[in-house]
Design a protein around this ligand. Structure first.
Ligand code: BES
Ligand code: MN
Ligand code: ZN
Length: 498
C-alpha cells in the first residue's frame, strides 16, 4: 500500500473514497460536517433516519453524494466522543481500512487522522494510522497453493492533517510508521513460518540477508565456537536437536562516535518440544512461535536501520531447537555456563533461560549502554498478564519506566513486575549454584531472577512476550510484538519523538 499526506477540505477531494468519523450518538466530526454542508444536509438526514448511530465498529458506505467530488464517502462509527482514546482510534482505523479493502475503491482519503485524542499529537496519529493500516491488511499465505485474493484491494491511502504547518512533521511520522510496520511484518513472517523451514540456520540466513541489505556487521557462531567460549548452558539445549545451533550477532552503527551500543537479545528456540521434560501434545504446534523474541529483535533492527537512527544497536540471537533424543540433556544434568556459574537442569523445558544466560554473558564484550532481552519465556507470564501486556523486568526502575511508556505510546503495552531478592531464594539447588526452575509460583518472576544473575555488569531489562507474541484460535498468527515498543523506545532515545 502507498501512503501520502496532505491537508485540504473533504468536499474538494477527488478521491475514490473519503473517510470521515461519526461519534455516538449521530454526532458528525468536523470533516463529516463539512461534507454535510456541501451536500445540503444529506449526511445528517441519513443519520436522523437512523441509518447510522456512530457506534464503534460500525460503518456506512455512501455513493455519489451531491456537492462532493469523491466517488464514495465512508462513515466510520467512533463510539462516544468522551471515551475516544488511543485504542478506540486504532480500532476505527482498522475498521476503516478493512472496509475499504472490501469496497471497489483503489484509493482513499482518510480524515480520521484529524481527530483529537488526549495527549496525542498529529505525528502520533499519522504513525499509528500507517502501522494499523499495514497490520490490518497483513496476510501470511506463502504456503497456500490457492491464495485468497482481494478483488480490488486498497492501493493508496492519503492521510489528511488539519493544518499545512503540520505537513513536515506528518511526513516524518509517516516514514516512522512505515519502518515500524516493516519491522512488525518481518517479525510476523518469521514467527508464522513453519518450524521445519524456520530452523536456526534459516534465522542465521535471514540475519545475513539483513546484514547485506543494510550493510551491517554480522557474525554467526557455530557450535564449536560456542563450546570454545564455554557456552555450555546454551549447548545443553541444542544437544537433542539434529539442526545445528547458531549464535547470531548483528551490529548496526548509526552513530559515528564510539557510543556504547544498545544490545537486544532475542530467544530463538525455533521449536520447543520441552526436550526430555516433554510438553503435552495439545497445541504443541504453537511452540514454533518460541523464536518470536528473535523475530522481534531482528524486526526492531530492520526498522532502526530503515530509519537510519543515529544510535548503535547490536542484536544477539541464540538459536536452537529444543528436542528430546538419546543425546538430549536430562533432568538432573549440571552444566557450567559461560559466566562460570553452574546450573542444575531440573526441567529441560525451562530452556529459554539456559540459552539466554550465555547470550547475556556474551553481551558483556560489547560494552553495552543497556541490554534488553526479549523472550517467549514462561507460561506463567501468560497466567499473570494474559495476552494484553508483556511482562517487564528491569535492573533500574527508570529503565522500566521508559520501556513501559514506550509501550503505552506504541499501543504495545508492558507491565512492570518485581525482581525482589525474596524470589531469588526459589532458585536454590542442593548441588549446583542454581536450579533452572523456581517451582510452581511466580514463574515469570523466578525466570527473570534467573536471568538477572547473568546481567550484573550492565543495565538490563527483560520482556517476557509469551502472552503477546502470537494469537491462538481463529486469528492465529504472530503479532510482531514487541517491535512497536522497542522501536518507540529507540526513537525516543535518539530524540526523534518526545
Ligand atoms: N516457551 C515456553 C514458554 C511458553 C509456554 C510460552 C506456553 C508460551 C506458551 C518455555 O520454554 C517453557 O516451556 N517454560 C516453562 C517453564 C517451566 C518448566 C518452569 C513453562 O512456562 O511452563
Ligand atoms: Mn520450554
Ligand atoms: Zn521455550
Amino acid at each position: 500500500m502507498e501512503f501520502s499526506i496532505k491537508s485540504g477540505s473533504p468536499e474538494k477531494q477527488r478521491s475514490a473514497c473519503v473517510v470521515v468519523g461519526v461519534f455516538e450518538a449521530r454526532k458528525l466530526t468536523l470533516p463529516a460536517e463539512l461534507l454535510d454542508n456541501a451536500a445540503n444536509g444529506y449526511l445528517s438526514d441519513l443519520l436522523r433516519r437512523g441509518d447510522m448511530e456512530g457506534k464503534a465498529g460500525s460503518t456506512l458506505l455512501l455513493h455519489n453524494v451531491p456537492g462532493t467530488l469523491c466517488d464514495r464517502i465512508l462513515l466510520v462509527g467512533l463510539g462516544k466522543e468522551k471515551e475516544f482514546r488511543d485504542q478506540e482510534f486504532s480500532n476505527a482505523v482498522r475498521t476503516a481500512v478493512a472496509t475499504l479493502n472490501e469496497t471497489g475503491a483503489f484509493d482513499a482519503t482518510l480524515f480520521l487522522t484529524e481527530l483529537a485524542i488526549r495527549k496525542r499529537d498529529v505525528a502520533w496519529r499519522v504513525r499509528e494510522t500507517v502501522r494499523m493500516a499495514i497490520d490490518t491488511t497483513y496476510r501470511f499465505d506463502d504456503f497456500k497453493s490457492k491464495k485468497e485474493t482481494v478483488r480490488r484491494p486498497l492501493r493508496k491511502l492519503t492521510l489528511v492533517v488539519e493544518r499545512r504547518n503540520e505537513l513536515a512533521e506528518a511526513e516524518d511520522a509517516l516514514l516512522q510508521g512505515l519502518a515500524i510496520a516493516e519491522g512488525v511484518a518481518f517479525a510476523r513472517n518469521l514467527g508464522n513460518m513453519p518450524p521445519n523451514i524456520c530452523h536456526p540456520t534459516y534465522l542465521a540466513e535471514q540475519a545475513q540477508a539483513l546484514a547485506s541489505e543494510f550493510n551491517l556487521g554480522c557474525e554467526i557462531l557455530e557450535r564449536e565456537a560456542m563450546a570454545e567460549l564455554g557456552m555450555n548452558a546454551l549447548l545443553s539445549v541444542a544437544r537433542g536437536a539434529h539442526q545445528p545451533p547458531k549464535l547470531i550477532v548483528l551490529h548496526y552503527r548509526g552513530s559515528r562516535s564510539s557510543e556504547k551500543p544498545t544490545v537486544l537479545v532475542g530467544k530463538g528456540v525455533t521449536f520447543d518440544t520441552g526436550g526430555i521434560s516433554l510438553k503435552p501434545a495439545a497445541d504443541m504446534d504453537e511452540m514454533k512461535y518460541d523464536m518470536c523474541g528473535a523475530a522481534g529483535v531482528l524486526g526492531t533492527l530492520k526498522a532502526v536501520a530503515r530509519l537510519a537512527l543515529p544510535i548503535n544497536l547490536t542484536v544477539i540471537v541464540p538459536a536452537t531447537e529444543n528436542m528430546p533424543g538419546g543425546n538430549a540433556s536430562r533432568p538432573g544434568d549440571i552444566v557450567t555456563s559461560m559466566s562460570g556459574q553452574t546450573i542444575e537442569i531440573l526441567n529441560t523445558d525451562a530452556e529459554g533461560r539456559l540459552i539466554l544466560c550465555d547470550a547475556l554473558t556474551y553481551a558483556e564484550r560489547f560494552n553495552p549502554d543497556v541490554v534488553i532481552d526479549v523472550a517467549t519465556l514462561t507460561g506463567a507470564c501468560v497466567v499473570a498478564l494474559g495476552h494484553v501486556a508483556s511482562g517487564l523486568f528491569a535492573s533500574r526502575d527508570n529503565l522500566a519506566r521508559d520501556l513501559q511508556e514506550a509501550g503505552e505510546d506504541a499501543l504495545d503495552r508492558a507491565w512492570h513486575l518485581p525482581l525482589w531478592d525474596d524470589y531469588q531464594e526459589l532458585l536454590k539447588s542442593p548441588f549446583a549454584d542454581m536450579g533452572n526452575i523456581g517451582g510452581r509460583w511466580g514463574g515469570a518472576i523466578t525466570a527473570a531472577c534467573f536471568l538477572s544473575r547473568f546481567t550484573k555488569k550492565y543495565d538490563w531489562a527483560h520482556l517476557d512476550i509469551a502472552g503477546t507474541a502470537w494469537k491462538s484460535g481463529a486469528q492465529k498468527g504472530a503479532t510482531g510484538r514487541p517491535v512497536p515498543l522497542l522501536v518507540h523506545y529507540l526513537l525516543q532515545r535518539s530524540g526523534k519523538i518526545d
